[in-house]
Design a protein around this ligand. Structure first.
Ligand code: MLT
Ligand code: ZN
Length: 471
């Protein structure tokens, strides 16, 4: 357990503002967004600089005190909350929130880890650039957490995952050393690529304190449509039509189910379906171009007209204004929140090859319905890159605790289907505390052994985010 003298020493480094010890203050840092874990901690440390953080981590290493790094606390897998016994200290990156540099010629943004993704996007936009990463929780999620889990989100189909945007990193290592790798080079072949080791390591190898991110050109034309379709198969046909037209124009291609949409319409104030009739599934397609008159609107019209004529699409609406575009995106982005308000859910963040998405959804749906009669299947997500949030809502009127007690059985059944399609059980949310038990099945043998050796080499005292990622 962290001793009073350790906390006093930490207070001497970060000051009163940098240390929360009152249980009312630490409570929000101890529970995850999904409320799966109610942890406990004797202190939340909020350093203002990487130097302060490094000194704190050095003390934790010397005393063998475990540390849980936390950004916006939006993890879907309990990756950033302490355990229940109160032995772990939380390190919040919230005060590391400076934008250190933005270079529109190099097209780079050098930024501290506590800046929210939304604020980082805004900074890029103000300089006429685009930070091409967008996730539903971007208003709260912080850059450090986004990189630590290698977030994906809505624009992966075009720009790749968070990993693909990182040129450099600054990391406080588990012994308190600061590794300054904040280079902004497009070419840099100098031994092992250390930054990529930390991206996706979920705070188990160190705390990311700053990063250099690659920027893109700001789109000058954007066109968004919402389409009602009969099935995921129809959604895939629509995707291949857009691909055939111009694969580089596709900025996002998101799938939603009729049930998921009904939850949004029921629980999210102001949400309205802008189509005349409801549909079994919906697609949100966004096209974008850095050129001002790229003809995207016409392209959207042309593809959708053909799709309507061939019954691939049942109904469609093209946003006529920025406000309509935002309203359509809101229907997609509020899916998680609406699902939470509807009741208890089990989430599977999986990926399969894009061509296999419809068959996967069909088979996984049948599997879950056979497992728990009345279970409500809510598949949605990033169809354009093959990442489906295959979420399951408790049967209407059932007991939430009864349903959640079946979470492993449900996840394991879905994962069997994912495996049959050569997919991944962890596409963009990470492993956190929820899924380490799955690792031996999926990454057993040499791969997991190598990960264990890397962990032992970098964090021999095993103080960084214990119980996360590795079994
Ligand atoms: C999203 O894309 O909205 C989140 O990653 C999803 C989720 O709730 O599973
Ligand atoms: Zn997602």
């Amino acid at each position: 357990m962290p001793t009073t003298s350790l906390l006093d020493a930490i207070r001497a480094i970060v000051g009163d503002r940098g240390l929360l010890t009152d249980s009312t203050d630490t409570a929000p840092y101890s529970e995850d967004w999904r409320r799966l874990y109610q942890g406990r901690t004797s202190a939340v440390i909020r350093p203002a600089t990487a130097q302060e953080l490094a000194e704190v981590i050095r003390l934790c290493a010397e005393t063998g005190t475990p540390v849980v790094p936390q950004g916006g606390n939006t993890s879907m897998v309990g990756g950033a909350v302490p355990n229940e016994d109160g032995s772990e200290l939380v390190v919040s990156t919230a005060r590391l929130n400076r934008i250190r540099d933005l270079d529109p010629t190099d097209m780079t943004l050098t930024i501290e880890s506590g800046v929210t993704l939304k604020a980082a996007q805004t900074a890029a936009a103000e300089a006429g650039c685009l930070l091409p990463l967008s996730i539903s929780s971007e208003g709260s999620a912080q850059i450090g957490g986004v990189l630590a889990v290698n977030a994906g989100g809505n624009n992966t189909v075009r720009y790749g995952n968070a990993r693909d945007l990182v040129l450099g990193l600054e990391v406080v290592l588990p012994d308190g050393t600061i590794w300054n790798g904040l280079r902004r080079l497009r070419k840099d072949n100098t031994g092992y690529c250390l930054r990529q080791l930390f991206v996706g390591s979920e705070g188990t190898l160190g705390v990311i304190t700053a990063a250099v991110l690659k920027l893109a050109s700001q789109p000058r034309e954007v066109a968004v449509a919402l389409c009602g379709v009969a099935s995921p198969e129809a959604a895939l046909s629509l995707f291949t039509r857009f691909q055939a037209h111009d694969p580089n124009a596709i900025n996002a291609f998101e799938l939603m189910s009729g049930l998921g949409m009904s939850f949004v319409l029921r629980h999210i104030p102001g949400a309205v379906l802008p189509l005349e009739t409801s549909a079994p599934f919906y697609v949100l397609v966004e096209l974008a171009s850095p050129r001002p008159n790229a003809g995207l609107h016409a392209m959207l019209e042309q593809v959708l007209e053909q799709a309507l004529n061939t019954a691939i699409v049942q109904d469609a609406v093209i946003a006529a204004s920025d406000a309509q575009r935002a309203a359509i995106w809101r229907l997609r982005e509020e899916h998680s929140e609406a699902q939470k308000r509807e009741g208890a859910s089990v989430k599977n963040d999986v990926s399969v090859p894009v061509s296999k998405v419809p068959a996967f959804i069909r088979q996984a749906t049948a599997t879950c319905e056979a497992l728990i009669p009345g279970i409500r299947v809510v598949p949605f997500g990033h169809m354009g890159d093959g990442n489906i949030h295959f979420n399951l809502e408790q049967p209407a009127g059932s007991d939430a605790a009864w349903f959640l007690a079946r979470d492993h059985a449900i996840m394991d059944a879905v994962n069997e289907v994912v495996q049959a399609f050569d997919g991944s059980f962890s596409a963009e949310h990470g492993i956190g505390r929820l899924k380490p038990y799955m690792m031996p099945d999926w990454r057993g043998g040499a791969e997991l052994a190598l990960m264990q050796r890397i962990k032992a080499a970098i964090d021999p005292g095993r103080i960084m985010n214990p119980g996360k990622v590795l079994p």
